[in-house]
Design a protein around this ligand. Structure first.
Ligand code: AMP
Length: 569
């Protein structure tokens, strides 16, 4: 199949040619003719990296009347990075339509500038739910002429607690619009959305439902908790050409792991929500340009990452929400390449591997962390290969050679090799000298195999609470009416004070969005909210309370510094 055979216009074909897109991907082959030729709604099951942005973007652009300034197309995506990426892709698809104006609307950037861009007439808006709701409420965005809506990464939007926002946004669009929903996974919640929002949608999918990409090799390593970081180092050192993405669970952990790696001489950088937008853009650019080799990120910050050559995804800690694993591992093995997704677990977390296996519908094999000797050997051979394959610019180095050769005069070839290798290699030898086996054996820890460390005990308690999840879900559903936030999280909760009240916050939904976004937690952890004029009390799951307070402190909302603390219950 060619793009022409899919029914795309000349202007779009020219743009694709310029982008170097030669043949459509599987999801594009299915979605483009479906959208262009049939007027029905659509549910597309596809992972990131399958080309799904073009799958809905190209036909949307073809269907838009660019001679009008009215907003006819709307794309809603969970994060600002993804939103920016989609808008950029749309711009490159529509370069031949001179009047095209595609505007990205997302939080963390100037509201006024975005409102100004909308005022000049955007035929397509690409937005995150929170900021778009604000724009609608403040009458800056008019969705009354929208004919096409794409909900991208719908599962992730639900995970992030955007259900009410999406309801509100869709209420502003005409009844007879067409809706296309894309999701990497199809949990019950997404299937329910598809049912509520769409009329007999056509279904397309690449790969089997909820299954992961077959080009990804999944491996897990089991270590004692204190060996998590040394294990990470070994995994990285054993893959000298790694271009990797390490996922941590919290912003703080992300920062700490990145700092340790940098201190240990790795070419790494952190990416998380505590960085300003321009810092994040800078880090992303460095990663894209490959001037950093390892990016350490939180799930939320990494969502928009659109880099094709990632060789390894490393789960330093598994995500709380196991479904997110598919999103993480989907950052590797993009565009037909192969990739490795690694999980580091401690003994008690091993059972989470079974949950991941259920989600990806594939077996995850247990790996053996290489010994110090094996790492050294791998590094040494990589060094030798690099030397052998080095691009020698004969004429440019010729003038320096006589002086260099004179210096080496007293060394035999064997000695020269030894000196050269030692120069590059001594740091590895030193680090791995007497390196112990860090694969988990269950020995050498306390008798029950329990760690005496506080962090581990907290995690254990967190898991006990997870058993009440069915109830938590029911309670979450109860919130759907938009009135009752008076549920409690698992009976047992911690109350947090925040200096945000009805004076600056529109409603409780708005507060939840801010708290989840800035605090890096899922909406399900937030329970009852009591909002006064200048402050609010939130009941939250105890396992996230400290983390929330830590991340909220110092964050800002519309220029106001957030102050949060744990209130006495
Ligand atoms: P996506 O799943 O939309 O994030 O796309 C993944 C990557 O594949 C992006 O870098 C796209 O630019 C690229 N891509 C999408 N469709 C094609 C195609 N038909 N041919 C070549 N590259 C593509």
């Amino acid at each position: 199949m060619t793009f022409q055979e899919l029914g795309l216009k000349k202007e779009i074909l020219e743009a694709l040619d310029k982008l170097g897109f030669e043949t459509p991907t599987a999801i594009q082959e299915q979605a483009i003719p479906e959208i262009l030729n049939n007027a029905s709604d659509l549910v597309g099951l596809a992972q990131t990296g399958t080309g799904k942005t073009a799958a809905f973007g190209l036909p949307m652009i073809q269907l838009i009347d660019f001679s009008s300034k009215k907003t006819q197309g709307l794309v809603v995506a969970p994060t600002r990075e993804l939103c920016i990426q989609i808008a950029k892709d749309f711009e490159s698809f529509s370069t031949k339509f001179k009047k095209a104006n595609i505007v990205a609307i997302y939080g963390g950037a100037s509201f006024e500038n975005q409102a100004k861009q909308l005022k000049s007439g955007a035929q397509i808006i690409v937005a995150t739910p929170g900021r778009l709701c604000d724009m609608i409420r403040r009458k800056k965005a008019d969705l009354s002429h929208v004919a096409y809506v794409a909900l991208d990464e719908a599962d992730e939007m639900l995970n992030m607690g955007f259900k009410e926002d999406i309801d509100f946004i869709l209420e502003q669009t005409p009844y007879d619009k067409r809706t296309w929903l894309f999701s990497a996974t199809m949990p019950k919640e997404v299937a329910a959305i598809a049912k509520n929002y769409m009329v007999q949608p056509a279904e397309i999918s690449v790969g089997t439902k909820n299954a992961g990409n077959k080009n990804i090799e999944h491996i897990y390593y089991k270590v004692d908790d204190r060996d998590r970081y040394p294990a990470l180092k070994r995994v990285i050192d054993f893959a000298p050409d790694i271009f990797g993405l390490i996922f941590c669970r919290t912003k703080r952990e992300t920062q700490q792991v990145a700092e340790r790696l940098i201190k240990d001489g790795y070419n790494a950088d952190p990416l998380h929500g505590d960085l300003s937008q321009s810092q994040r853009d800078r880090v992303m650019k460095k990663f894209r340009d490959r001037s950093i080799q390892i990016l350490v990120a939180t799930d939320v910050a990494a969502r928009g990452i659109d880099v094709d050559d990632v060789t390894h995804v490393i789960n330093y800690n598994l995500p709380d929400d196991i479904e997110s694993y598919t999103h993480r591992s989907g950052r590797t093995a993009r565009a037909g390449r192969k990739g490795t997704s690694i999980i580091i677990v401690n003994n008690r977390e091993e059972r989470k591997i079974w949950s991941v296996e259920k989600v990806i519908k594939a077996k995850i094999k247990q790996g053996v962390i290489p010994s110090g000797d094996e790492v050294c050997e791998r590094q040494l051979m990589n060094l030798v290969d690099r030397v052998v394959q080095a691009d020698v610019k004969e004429s440019q180095i010729a003038p320096y050679l006589p002086a260099v050769e004179a210096k080496f005069e007293d060394l035999t070839k064997e000695q020269l090799i030894k000196h050269f290798v030692s120069l590059e290699f001594n740091q590895f030898l030193k680090y791995y000298e007497n390196a112990k086996d860090i694969n988990y054996t269950g020995k050498g820890r306390d008798k029950e195999g329990k760690s005496s460390r506080k962090g581990d005990r907290d995690r254990d308690r967190g898991r006990d609470r997870d058993r009440g999840k069915g109830r938590d879900r029911r309670e979450r559903r109860d919130r759907g009416d938009g009135k009752g936030f008076n549920r409690n999280v698992d009976g047992d909760s911690t109350t947090i004070y925040v200096n945000l009240g009805s004076k600056v916050i529109q409603d409780k939904g708005h507060l939840i969005r801010i708290v989840c976004d800035e605090g890096g937690v899922a909406g399900k952890n937030i329970g009852r909210i009591r909002m006064m004029e200048k402050f609010s009390f939130l009941d939250v799951a105890p396992k996230v309370a400290e983390k929330l307070v830590h991340h909220l402190n110092g964050s800002e909302v519309d220029g106001k510094k957030i102050r949060a603390e744990i209130a006495n219950n």
